[in-house]
Design a protein around this ligand. Structure first.
Ligand code: KG4
Ligand code: ZN
Length: 336
Protein backbone atom coordinates (compact mmCIF):
# COMPACT_ATOMS: atom_id res chain seq x y z
CA UNK A 1 0.00 0.00 0.00
CA UNK A 2 1.49 3.38 -0.98
CA UNK A 3 1.92 5.85 1.83
CA UNK A 4 0.26 8.31 1.55
CA UNK A 5 -2.54 7.29 -0.86
CA UNK A 6 -3.51 9.83 -3.53
CA UNK A 7 -6.89 9.48 -5.22
CA UNK A 8 -8.38 11.43 -8.10
CA UNK A 9 -12.20 11.42 -8.15
CA UNK A 10 -14.74 12.43 -10.78
CA UNK A 11 -18.45 13.15 -10.34
CA UNK A 12 -20.74 13.67 -13.35
CA UNK A 13 -24.08 12.08 -12.44
CA UNK A 14 -26.32 15.05 -13.15
CA UNK A 15 -25.55 18.67 -14.02
CA UNK A 16 -22.37 19.26 -12.03
CA UNK A 17 -18.96 18.33 -13.42
CA UNK A 18 -16.65 17.92 -10.48
CA UNK A 19 -13.16 16.60 -9.73
CA UNK A 20 -11.32 16.18 -6.46
CA UNK A 21 -7.96 15.03 -5.18
CA UNK A 22 -7.61 13.47 -1.73
CA UNK A 23 -4.60 12.25 0.17
CA UNK A 24 -5.25 9.57 2.80
CA UNK A 25 -8.91 10.64 2.89
CA UNK A 26 -8.12 14.35 3.31
CA UNK A 27 -9.60 16.49 0.55
CA UNK A 28 -7.01 18.69 -1.17
CA UNK A 29 -9.30 20.09 -3.86
CA UNK A 30 -12.96 19.95 -4.85
CA UNK A 31 -13.62 21.77 -8.12
CA UNK A 32 -17.24 22.03 -9.28
CA UNK A 33 -18.45 23.39 -12.64
CA UNK A 34 -22.19 24.05 -12.54
CA UNK A 35 -24.18 23.97 -15.77
CA UNK A 36 -26.32 27.09 -16.14
CA UNK A 37 -27.58 26.02 -19.57
CA UNK A 38 -30.59 24.22 -17.98
CA UNK A 39 -31.99 27.23 -16.16
CA UNK A 40 -34.09 28.48 -19.05
CA UNK A 41 -35.66 25.04 -19.58
CA UNK A 42 -36.96 24.77 -16.00
CA UNK A 43 -35.07 21.53 -15.30
CA UNK A 44 -32.02 19.50 -16.32
CA UNK A 45 -32.00 18.56 -20.03
CA UNK A 46 -30.05 15.24 -20.19
CA UNK A 47 -28.55 15.71 -23.66
CA UNK A 48 -27.33 19.22 -22.83
CA UNK A 49 -25.92 17.93 -19.54
CA UNK A 50 -23.75 15.27 -21.16
CA UNK A 51 -22.47 17.73 -23.77
CA UNK A 52 -21.56 20.21 -21.04
CA UNK A 53 -19.75 17.46 -19.09
CA UNK A 54 -17.64 16.76 -22.20
CA UNK A 55 -16.69 20.43 -22.39
CA UNK A 56 -15.93 20.75 -18.67
CA UNK A 57 -14.25 17.49 -17.75
CA UNK A 58 -10.68 18.19 -18.93
CA UNK A 59 -10.39 21.71 -17.43
CA UNK A 60 -12.15 20.64 -14.21
CA UNK A 61 -9.84 17.65 -13.64
CA UNK A 62 -6.81 19.81 -14.45
CA UNK A 63 -8.01 22.50 -12.02
CA UNK A 64 -8.47 19.89 -9.26
CA UNK A 65 -4.91 18.61 -9.81
CA UNK A 66 -3.50 22.15 -9.92
CA UNK A 67 -5.32 23.23 -6.77
CA UNK A 68 -4.06 20.13 -4.96
CA UNK A 69 -0.61 20.81 -6.38
CA UNK A 70 -0.34 17.19 -7.53
CA UNK A 71 0.61 15.94 -11.00
CA UNK A 72 -1.70 13.37 -12.59
CA UNK A 73 1.15 10.84 -12.51
CA UNK A 74 1.17 10.91 -8.67
CA UNK A 75 -2.34 9.42 -8.39
CA UNK A 76 -2.65 5.86 -7.02
CA UNK A 77 -6.25 5.30 -8.12
CA UNK A 78 -9.08 7.01 -9.94
CA UNK A 79 -12.64 6.93 -8.58
CA UNK A 80 -15.79 7.85 -10.47
CA UNK A 81 -19.55 7.95 -9.94
CA UNK A 82 -20.91 4.78 -11.50
CA UNK A 83 -24.60 5.17 -10.57
CA UNK A 84 -27.30 6.34 -10.21
CA UNK A 85 -27.81 9.36 -12.44
CA UNK A 86 -28.36 10.47 -16.03
CA UNK A 87 -26.77 7.81 -18.19
CA UNK A 88 -25.27 10.20 -20.76
CA UNK A 89 -23.72 12.26 -17.97
CA UNK A 90 -22.40 9.25 -16.07
CA UNK A 91 -20.80 7.84 -19.22
CA UNK A 92 -18.66 10.96 -19.67
CA UNK A 93 -17.14 10.62 -16.18
CA UNK A 94 -16.84 6.84 -16.44
CA UNK A 95 -15.10 7.00 -19.83
CA UNK A 96 -12.70 9.67 -18.63
CA UNK A 97 -11.86 7.80 -15.41
CA UNK A 98 -11.27 4.56 -17.31
CA UNK A 99 -8.93 6.24 -19.76
CA UNK A 100 -6.87 7.62 -16.84
CA UNK A 101 -6.81 4.22 -15.11
CA UNK A 102 -5.67 2.57 -18.35
CA UNK A 103 -3.03 5.12 -19.26
CA UNK A 104 -1.50 5.35 -15.76
CA UNK A 105 -2.07 1.64 -15.03
CA UNK A 106 -3.75 2.41 -11.69
CA UNK A 107 -6.89 0.88 -10.12
CA UNK A 108 -10.34 2.07 -11.14
CA UNK A 109 -12.87 2.52 -8.32
CA UNK A 110 -16.61 2.62 -9.07
CA UNK A 111 -18.60 4.63 -6.51
CA UNK A 112 -22.31 4.63 -5.76
CA UNK A 113 -23.45 8.27 -5.69
CA UNK A 114 -25.85 7.77 -2.76
CA UNK A 115 -23.23 6.06 -0.60
CA UNK A 116 -20.94 8.99 -1.35
CA UNK A 117 -23.57 11.51 -0.15
CA UNK A 118 -23.60 9.62 3.16
CA UNK A 119 -19.80 9.46 3.45
CA UNK A 120 -19.55 13.21 2.80
CA UNK A 121 -20.09 13.34 6.55
CA UNK A 122 -16.63 11.82 7.06
CA UNK A 123 -14.95 14.80 5.36
CA UNK A 124 -13.57 17.14 7.98
CA UNK A 125 -14.28 17.32 11.70
CA UNK A 126 -16.24 16.70 13.80
CA UNK A 127 -17.38 13.49 12.17
CA UNK A 128 -20.08 11.05 13.30
CA UNK A 129 -19.28 7.86 15.17
CA UNK A 130 -20.53 4.55 13.71
CA UNK A 131 -23.29 3.55 13.46
CA UNK A 132 -24.93 6.77 12.28
CA UNK A 133 -28.07 7.71 10.37
CA UNK A 134 -28.00 10.04 7.38
CA UNK A 135 -30.92 11.85 5.79
CA UNK A 136 -29.91 12.62 2.20
CA UNK A 137 -32.15 15.22 0.58
CA UNK A 138 -31.58 16.70 -2.87
CA UNK A 139 -33.29 17.35 -6.19
CA UNK A 140 -32.99 13.68 -7.09
CA UNK A 141 -33.00 11.80 -3.79
CA UNK A 142 -34.61 11.47 -0.40
CA UNK A 143 -33.30 8.62 1.73
CA UNK A 144 -32.60 7.66 5.30
CA UNK A 145 -29.53 5.43 5.45
CA UNK A 146 -28.03 3.53 8.36
CA UNK A 147 -24.24 3.51 8.09
CA UNK A 148 -22.47 0.90 10.24
CA UNK A 149 -18.98 1.40 8.81
CA UNK A 150 -17.71 3.22 5.69
CA UNK A 151 -18.66 0.41 3.33
CA UNK A 152 -21.52 -1.16 5.29
CA UNK A 153 -24.72 0.80 4.95
CA UNK A 154 -28.35 0.16 4.07
CA UNK A 155 -31.42 2.18 3.17
CA UNK A 156 -34.07 2.37 5.91
CA UNK A 157 -36.51 4.52 3.96
CA UNK A 158 -36.80 6.50 0.75
CA UNK A 159 -39.26 8.51 -1.27
CA UNK A 160 -41.99 6.68 -3.12
CA UNK A 161 -42.43 9.54 -5.61
CA UNK A 162 -40.82 13.00 -5.69
CA UNK A 163 -37.57 13.88 -3.94
CA UNK A 164 -37.63 16.63 -1.30
CA UNK A 165 -35.85 19.08 -3.62
CA UNK A 166 -38.38 18.30 -6.35
CA UNK A 167 -41.18 18.99 -3.89
CA UNK A 168 -39.64 22.42 -3.25
CA UNK A 169 -39.05 23.08 -6.95
CA UNK A 170 -42.50 21.93 -8.10
CA UNK A 171 -44.21 23.95 -5.37
CA UNK A 172 -42.18 26.98 -6.44
CA UNK A 173 -43.28 26.45 -10.04
CA UNK A 174 -46.94 26.50 -8.93
CA UNK A 175 -46.18 29.88 -7.35
CA UNK A 176 -44.67 31.17 -10.61
CA UNK A 177 -41.11 31.18 -9.24
CA UNK A 178 -38.21 30.32 -11.60
CA UNK A 179 -36.25 27.03 -11.50
CA UNK A 180 -34.72 25.91 -9.20
CA UNK A 181 -37.29 27.35 -6.84
CA UNK A 182 -36.14 25.66 -3.60
CA UNK A 183 -33.77 28.49 -2.56
CA UNK A 184 -36.47 31.09 -3.43
CA UNK A 185 -39.05 29.36 -1.24
CA UNK A 186 -36.45 29.42 1.53
CA UNK A 187 -35.88 33.18 1.03
CA UNK A 188 -39.58 34.07 1.12
CA UNK A 189 -40.23 31.69 4.02
CA UNK A 190 -37.84 33.68 6.22
CA UNK A 191 -40.41 36.52 6.31
CA UNK A 192 -43.52 34.36 6.45
CA UNK A 193 -45.76 32.66 8.99
CA UNK A 194 -45.43 28.85 8.72
CA UNK A 195 -48.70 28.28 10.60
CA UNK A 196 -50.82 30.46 8.29
CA UNK A 197 -51.81 27.70 5.84
CA UNK A 198 -52.09 23.99 6.62
CA UNK A 199 -51.05 21.37 4.06
CA UNK A 200 -51.73 17.74 5.04
CA UNK A 201 -48.98 15.38 6.15
CA UNK A 202 -49.15 12.10 4.16
CA UNK A 203 -49.64 8.97 6.23
CA UNK A 204 -47.02 6.65 4.74
CA UNK A 205 -46.16 3.54 6.75
CA UNK A 206 -42.61 2.80 7.87
CA UNK A 207 -39.73 5.11 7.06
CA UNK A 208 -40.62 5.91 3.44
CA UNK A 209 -41.61 9.37 2.22
CA UNK A 210 -44.16 10.74 -0.22
CA UNK A 211 -44.45 14.31 -1.49
CA UNK A 212 -46.90 14.00 -4.38
CA UNK A 213 -49.96 14.46 -2.13
CA UNK A 214 -48.55 17.67 -0.69
CA UNK A 215 -47.93 18.99 -4.18
CA UNK A 216 -51.51 18.19 -5.21
CA UNK A 217 -52.95 19.80 -2.09
CA UNK A 218 -50.94 22.96 -2.81
CA UNK A 219 -52.21 22.98 -6.40
CA UNK A 220 -55.89 22.71 -5.37
CA UNK A 221 -55.43 25.21 -2.56
CA UNK A 222 -53.93 27.80 -4.93
CA UNK A 223 -56.57 27.22 -7.61
CA UNK A 224 -59.32 27.66 -5.05
CA UNK A 225 -57.84 30.84 -3.54
CA UNK A 226 -57.04 32.40 -6.92
CA UNK A 227 -60.64 31.92 -8.06
CA UNK A 228 -61.65 34.25 -5.25
CA UNK A 229 -58.65 36.56 -5.43
CA UNK A 230 -56.41 36.53 -8.53
CA UNK A 231 -53.72 38.37 -6.57
CA UNK A 232 -53.70 35.80 -3.74
CA UNK A 233 -50.20 34.46 -4.45
CA UNK A 234 -48.59 37.90 -4.74
CA UNK A 235 -50.29 39.17 -1.61
CA UNK A 236 -49.43 36.12 0.51
CA UNK A 237 -46.22 34.77 -1.01
CA UNK A 238 -44.12 34.80 2.17
CA UNK A 239 -46.75 32.99 4.25
CA UNK A 240 -47.43 30.44 1.49
CA UNK A 241 -43.70 29.69 1.16
CA UNK A 242 -43.26 29.42 4.93
CA UNK A 243 -46.23 27.04 5.17
CA UNK A 244 -45.00 24.84 2.29
CA UNK A 245 -41.49 24.73 3.72
CA UNK A 246 -42.83 23.89 7.16
CA UNK A 247 -44.74 20.89 5.77
CA UNK A 248 -41.82 19.52 3.73
CA UNK A 249 -39.48 19.91 6.70
CA UNK A 250 -41.89 18.23 9.15
CA UNK A 251 -42.39 15.28 6.76
CA UNK A 252 -38.60 14.80 6.64
CA UNK A 253 -37.93 15.21 10.32
CA UNK A 254 -40.83 13.07 11.55
CA UNK A 255 -39.36 10.13 9.64
CA UNK A 256 -35.84 10.87 10.80
CA UNK A 257 -37.03 10.94 14.41
CA UNK A 258 -38.87 7.65 13.86
CA UNK A 259 -35.70 6.09 12.37
CA UNK A 260 -33.66 7.19 15.38
CA UNK A 261 -36.22 5.80 17.84
CA UNK A 262 -36.44 2.50 15.92
CA UNK A 263 -32.69 1.95 15.67
CA UNK A 264 -31.62 3.60 18.92
CA UNK A 265 -29.01 5.55 16.94
CA UNK A 266 -28.39 9.15 18.02
CA UNK A 267 -25.53 10.10 15.69
CA UNK A 268 -27.55 11.86 12.99
CA UNK A 269 -26.36 13.46 9.73
CA UNK A 270 -27.90 15.50 6.95
CA UNK A 271 -26.61 15.71 3.38
CA UNK A 272 -27.69 16.74 -0.15
CA UNK A 273 -28.51 20.14 -1.65
CA UNK A 274 -31.70 20.62 0.38
CA UNK A 275 -29.50 20.68 3.51
CA UNK A 276 -28.98 24.34 2.50
CA UNK A 277 -32.59 25.06 3.51
CA UNK A 278 -32.55 27.35 6.54
CA UNK A 279 -35.86 26.02 7.89
CA UNK A 280 -34.60 22.44 7.71
CA UNK A 281 -31.28 23.31 9.35
CA UNK A 282 -32.98 25.13 12.20
CA UNK A 283 -35.59 22.43 12.82
CA UNK A 284 -32.92 19.69 12.55
CA UNK A 285 -30.87 21.49 15.15
CA UNK A 286 -33.83 21.98 17.49
CA UNK A 287 -34.98 18.36 17.13
CA UNK A 288 -31.41 17.21 17.72
CA UNK A 289 -31.23 19.11 20.99
CA UNK A 290 -34.62 17.78 22.11
CA UNK A 291 -33.70 14.17 21.23
CA UNK A 292 -30.12 14.42 22.59
CA UNK A 293 -28.67 13.66 19.17
CA UNK A 294 -25.19 14.52 18.00
CA UNK A 295 -25.94 16.23 14.68
CA UNK A 296 -23.70 16.75 11.65
CA UNK A 297 -24.05 18.60 8.35
CA UNK A 298 -21.10 18.61 5.89
CA UNK A 299 -19.84 21.95 4.56
CA UNK A 300 -22.18 23.09 1.78
CA UNK A 301 -19.67 22.30 -1.01
CA UNK A 302 -19.86 18.64 0.11
CA UNK A 303 -23.67 18.60 0.44
CA UNK A 304 -24.51 19.34 -3.19
CA UNK A 305 -23.16 17.03 -5.91
CA UNK A 306 -19.37 17.08 -5.65
CA UNK A 307 -16.33 14.90 -6.30
CA UNK A 308 -14.98 15.32 -2.75
CA UNK A 309 -17.56 12.81 -1.54
CA UNK A 310 -16.58 10.44 -4.39
CA UNK A 311 -12.93 10.82 -3.35
CA UNK A 312 -13.54 9.94 0.30
CA UNK A 313 -15.66 6.92 -0.70
CA UNK A 314 -12.96 5.96 -3.22
CA UNK A 315 -10.39 6.14 -0.44
CA UNK A 316 -12.29 3.67 1.77
CA UNK A 317 -12.80 1.37 -1.21
CA UNK A 318 -9.08 1.61 -1.96
CA UNK A 319 -8.26 0.52 1.61
CA UNK A 320 -10.63 -2.43 1.16
CA UNK A 321 -9.10 -3.33 -2.23
CA UNK A 322 -12.54 -2.89 -3.81
CA UNK A 323 -11.51 -2.17 -7.43
CA UNK A 324 -13.44 -2.42 -10.70
CA UNK A 325 -12.43 -3.80 -14.06
CA UNK A 326 -12.18 -1.57 -17.11
CA UNK A 327 -15.27 -3.36 -18.47
CA UNK A 328 -17.38 -1.83 -15.68
CA UNK A 329 -20.13 0.32 -17.07
CA UNK A 330 -22.09 3.27 -15.73
CA UNK A 331 -25.72 2.67 -14.86
CA UNK A 332 -28.67 5.06 -14.57
CA UNK A 333 -30.14 2.94 -11.78
CA UNK A 334 -28.16 0.65 -9.56
CA UNK A 335 -28.91 -1.71 -6.77
CA UNK A 336 -27.60 -0.26 -3.55
O1 KG4 B 1 -27.79 18.24 -4.30
P1 KG4 B 1 -28.28 19.20 -5.31
O2 KG4 B 1 -27.46 20.44 -5.56
O3 KG4 B 1 -28.46 18.51 -6.70
C1 KG4 B 1 -29.12 17.32 -6.88
O4 KG4 B 1 -30.36 17.37 -7.00
O5 KG4 B 1 -28.48 16.24 -6.88
O6 KG4 B 1 -29.75 19.63 -4.87
C2 KG4 B 1 -30.49 20.56 -5.62
C3 KG4 B 1 -31.86 20.66 -5.00
C4 KG4 B 1 -32.82 21.48 -5.85
O7 KG4 B 1 -34.07 20.82 -5.87
C5 KG4 B 1 -32.89 22.79 -5.10
O8 KG4 B 1 -34.10 23.48 -5.28
C6 KG4 B 1 -32.75 22.32 -3.68
O9 KG4 B 1 -31.77 21.31 -3.72
N1 KG4 B 1 -32.31 23.41 -2.79
C7 KG4 B 1 -33.07 23.94 -1.84
C8 KG4 B 1 -32.30 24.98 -1.24
N2 KG4 B 1 -31.08 25.02 -1.87
C9 KG4 B 1 -31.11 24.04 -2.82
N3 KG4 B 1 -34.31 23.64 -1.45
C10 KG4 B 1 -34.81 24.37 -0.43
N4 KG4 B 1 -34.14 25.38 0.18
C11 KG4 B 1 -32.89 25.71 -0.19
N5 KG4 B 1 -32.24 26.69 0.43
ZN1 ZN C 1 -26.70 13.83 -5.50
Amino acid sequence: MPNPVYILAIESSCDETSASVCVDGRILSNVIATQDVHRKYGGVVPELASRAHMEHIVPVVQAALDEANCPLASMHAVAFTQAPGLIGSLLVGAGFAKSIALSLDIPLIAVHHMQAHVLANLIGDPRPAFPFLCLTVSGGHTQIVQCNSPLDMHVLGETLDDAAGEAFDKSAKLLGLPYPGGPLIDQHARNGNPARFEFPEPQIPGLDFSFSGVKTSILYFLQDQQKRNPLFVNENLDDICASIQHRIVTILLHKLKKASLQTGIREICLSGGVAANSGLRLAFDELGKKMHWNTYIPAMQYCTDNAGMIAITGYYKYLAGDFSSLETSASARAAW
